[in-house]
Design a protein around this ligand. Structure first.
Ligand SMILES: [Zn+2]
Length: 307
């Protein structure tokens, strides 16, 4: 049985190269619950979710990593987010079912944006590249080639049952060993040798079939790909579906729309219902709730909304 709903980190003992493998199973199915995405969109969303976990895992930060695709095609928006605690959520918006599976058919021309935000939004990093390649993994390859980040490759696979991904990253030095306090048992080889190893592990990564990535255990994946290398596999961390929506956030959003707007919805429908885009949870406000929303608004705002 393969590893489920977890992230595994691994390290090449002889080279400054590390990797992560992630599988989302129950977390992915929970994320899809109440959703009826066309398969091409669903699978790409799964790849994006797996990628967001892999990228979040490479970073030392406290906050949320977002992967967003925006384009002119049938799927105009896709957003996958992973927190530093490995909680994921994601959503895709589309006008119609796409004709194909590749990014051109799904999103058309557009951009891929990677955003990193601190929990208190005090720090923000954003990188944007045009959508390119057939799949998200290729587009991300372009992202890493053009950005000033560590050389990184991803392999992604998703179906209705699960979403999985493999990441390989070349480190600039021995920082992981230093940071984790693990003593590398060997001297680092010359740069040429590291270059060769980096090329070789990527070629090996290219031989991994999506189905293998999804069904083999992580230990078997590493054995299958890197039988020649000494690879250290660390303990896994759980990955789960977690939405950060709350009634408080919805209240804030309703207040920002203003009393007139909300009261008119109330007059029309008898209640105000807001569904979270990510988890489909419904937040309902009856007439009493709505009056309470605006009763606590500062006086200045209240007089404005009366006009
Ligand atoms: Zn939610």
């Amino acid at each position: 049985m393969h590893d489920r709903d977890c992230l595994h980190r691994f390290l090449f003992e002889h080279y400054p190269i590390r990797g992560h493998i992630v599988h989302l199973d129950a977390a992915w199915r929970a994320l899809l619950e109440h959703r009826d995405y066309p398969p091409a969109i669903r699978d790409t969303l799964g790849e994006a979710v797996a990628a967001s976990v892999l990228l979040a895992a490479t970073l030392k930060f406290d906050g949320t990593l977002s992967l967003q695709m925006q384009g002119q095609g049938p799927m105009h928006l896709m957003l996958a987010q992973c927190s530093s605690e490995l909680g994921v959520r994601a959503v895709a918006r589309y006008r119609e079912a796409p004709d194909g599976r590749d990014l051109a058919a799904l999103s058309g021309e557009g951009n891929l944006t990677v955003t990193l935000e601190n929990e208190d939004l005090s720090q923000r990093y954003q990188g944007v590249v045009p959508l390119s390649g057939e799949r998200l993994a290729e587009c991300l390859r372009g992202y890493f080639e053009t950005s000033e980040q560590l050389p990184t490759r991803l392999w992604l696979h998703a179906t209705d049952k699960g979403a999985s991904g493999l990441l390989l990253q070349r480190l600039s030095d021995d920082s992981v060993h230093t940071r984790t306090g693990i003593k590398r048992p060997f001297e680092l080889p010359e740069r040429d040798e590291i270059d060769d190893a980096w090329r070789r592990v990527q070629l090996l990564g290219d031989t991994l079939r999506g189905e293998e990535l999804q069904t083999l255990s992580d230990r078997d994946i590493l054995r299958r790909l890197f039988a020649e290398d000494d690879v250290r596999l660390f303990q896994s961390s759980p990955v789960y579906f977690r939405c950060r929506c709350s009634r408080d956030r919805v209240v804030g959003m309703l207040r920002s729309l203003g009393a007139d707007e909300i009261r008119s919805v109330l007059a029309e429908r008898g209640e105000v219902e807001v569904r979270c885009d990510f988890c489909n949870r419904a937040y309902r406000f009856d007439p009493v709730d709505v009056e309470q929303l605006f009763a606590t608004t500062p006086a200045a705002d209240r007089s404005e909304t009366r006009h």
